[in-house]
Design a protein around this ligand. Structure first.
Ligand SMILES: C[S@@+](CC[C@H](N)C(=O)[O-])C[C@H]1O[C@@H](n2cnc3c(N)ncnc32)[C@H](O)[C@@H]1O
Length: 216
């Protein structure tokens, strides 16, 4: 393993120990290496079959995003959704601050179960965590005020999720934010007409992160 790969592994494992969670494919989830859920095999459970494989952001970058959200004046009232939550790393990092609630939505039940277990056992949890199994385009979004998205699905599901969010905002107008990590389909968000681009940043490893808002 090259030195940078080794360092990354050690860094990740230190963070997993710190939070008391296991979110890597081989960390207590060995069957996942060949499982459909880990490989991102297209599944009939996904309305458009454009689900992506499981991967998860670096802890450093996630804490940067969590701190940015936590600095918002109304952060304690926020309900943060991770759309495509995998094994729950994002959920656990967010739940280490007392946001009102953190909600994960995951297509595959085995990944959702791992996320629930991580949320249950994590060290230093300060927000309730709920994990729903299902397609992000079909779950109710009315509670959400912050939506996090990282490479979960293609433009078709993203379009449907944003249509669902638009309906939710019509039913229940409220300020919302979208954090789009590794923003591959920004044009879909812009075309949805329900969110405005508020900021654009880069992670330390060069991934583009776009921040979208809608005021009440
Ligand atoms: C790149 S991973 C991101 C995992 C998690 N957000 C994180 O950052 O640790 C994408 C996840 O989205 C899930 N996913 C894909 N399509 C989905 C859909 N339509 N609804 C819900 N989850 C989906 C995948 O199964 C996978 O676990």
């Amino acid at each position: 393993m090259p030195a940078t790969g080794l360092l990354r592994t050690v860094w990740t494992q230190c963070n997993e120990l710190l939070y008391g969670i296991r979110t890597t494919a081989d960390g207590g989830f060995s069957h996942a290496r060949s499982a459909d859920s880990y490989a991102g095999t297209a599944t009939a459970a996904a309305q458009f079959g454009d689900n992506n494989r499981y991967e998860t952001p670096d802890y450093f970058n996630l804490r940067w995003i969590r701190n940015r959200l936590w600095r918002e004046p109304t952060a304690r009232d926020d309900v943060i959704y991770d759309l495509g939550c995998g094994m729950g790393r994002v959920l656990c990092v967010m739940a280490s601050r007392p946001f009102r609630k953190v909600v994960g939505v995951e297509l595959f039940e085995d990944l959702a179960a791992a996320a629930r277990e991580n949320a249950r056992t994590m060290r230093g949890r300060r927000a309730p965590v709920e994990v729903l199994t299902g397609d992000a385009s079909r779950v109710p979004l009315d509670e959400g005020t912050v939506f996090f998205l990282f490479n979960s699905f293609g433009p078709e599901t993203l379009t449907a999720v944003l249509a669902s969010l638009r309906e939710s905002l019509t039913r229940k107008p409220r300020p919302v934010q979208l954090v789009y990590y590794n923003a591959m389909h920004d044009e879909v968000v812009a075309d949805s007409g329900c969110l405005e681009l508020a900021a654009e940043e880069r992670t330390r490893n060069g991934l583009r992160v776009t921040f979208w808002r809608r005021s009440a």
